[in-house]
Design a binder for this molecule. Structure first.
Ligand code: ADP
Ligand code: FRU
Length: 286
């Protein structure tokens, strides 16, 4: 399947530490790695491994990091023809502490680039894509892109990830077919569980399929008929690295739905892929 994803690519600077430090501590990293990251491109890299033809639309700076990112995407078989380079821009960079004790990842993110906007998006021949995935970012910029995607590629499935709270991001939800919401968004709005989240979102029947990822508590699904389902997390032997687990989950959802699996199977497959990922470093699937 031809998949287009719109969203972020980052330089990830990852220091692994034995345990998460206290404020004002000084400690030595046990390993250091600089690699490509970013939700949309992480999802594409996994989809590419699952056999899909993937394209990325996003913005990079004009620097060494952007060259590393483009090289990595090309090596992973992800088409970068729609990427925009912002002259004199600084590529989004994440400073990440990965705790060996728990597998948790703590991210400090720096970004100073404009979003990929409707002008660039309108240049893409969307009719080539069977699936268009959006990493939900600035609602005012993304709303025209989602609307345009629906008109220009009426037979494509549109998915949307909502990871963090952002002004008015909720208005993007009815514009997608599949929406994947992370616990970070839900918690910041005071929802203690996925069912409260689904109820608050209140999509009309027959419209949107909702997923909610809940870290080590697994994930939930609400079908377009309003039925809900929970899948506990898949436990790898040991949790070593949760960085990108949500992005792998998204790839599992897209892959499972396009294969025509039943909703429960899609949920199970996405939870399994994400859980297996937590048991190893990086995004290479077994
Ligand atoms: P992210 O923080 O990367 O957005 P989440 O924490 O929401 O991702 O996790 C996405 C999915 O990954 C969860 O729904 C779950 O299935 C799986 N997952 C996350 N953390 C763990 C863990 N510690 N053990 C097993 N599976 C996990
Ligand atoms: C993981 C990730 C990292 C990136 C950060 C951006 O989900 O995509 O690769 O640094 O999140 O928010």
């Amino acid at each position: 399947m031809q998949v287009l994803a719109v969203g972020g690519a980052t330089l990830d600077i990852i220091n692994s530490v034995p345990v998460y430090p206290n404020e004002d501590d000084e400690l030595r990293a046990t390993s250091h790695q600089e690699c490509r990251g970013g939700n949309a491109t992480n999802t594409l890299v996994v989809l590419s491994q699952l056999g899909h033809q993937c394209s990325w639309a996003g913005v990079l700076g004009d620097d060494k990091s952007s060259r590393l990112i483009l090289r990595d995407l090309q090596q992973q078989g992800v088409d970068t023809q729609w990427a925009r380079i912002q002259p004199e821009g600084f590529t989004p960079t994440s400073y990440i502490l990965s705790s060996l004790a728990t597998g948790s990842r703590t991210i400090v993110h720096y970004r100073d680039l404009p979003e990929y906007g409707i002008e660039a998006f309108e240049q893409i021949d969307l009719a080539n894509y069977a699936w268009i995935h959006f990493e939900g970012r600035e609602a005012a910029v993304y709303e025209p892109m989602l609307r345009h995607a629906r008109l220009a590629a009426p037979s494509a499935t549109i998915s949307l990830e909502i990871e963090k709270p952002r002004t008015d991001i909720e208005r993007l939800i009815p514009l997608a077919d599949v929406v994947i919401i992370a616990k970070a968004y839900a918690s910041s709005h005071g929802y203690e569980n996925a069912l409260d989240l689904f109820e608050a979102i209140g999509t009309s029947p027959g419209s949107v399929m909702l997923f909610a990822t809940w870290g080590e508590d697994g994930a939930w699904l609400q079908t377009v008929d309003g039925n809900t389902l929970h899948m506990p997390a898949y436990q790898p032997g040991r949790v070593v690295d949760t960085l990108g687990a949500g992005d792998v989950f998204n790839a599992g959802v897209i892959d499972g739905l396009q294969a025509g699996l039943e909703p429960a199977e899609v949920l199970g497959r996405a939870v399994r892929l994400a859980g297996e990922k937590c048991g190893r470093r990086g995004l290479d699937i077994a």
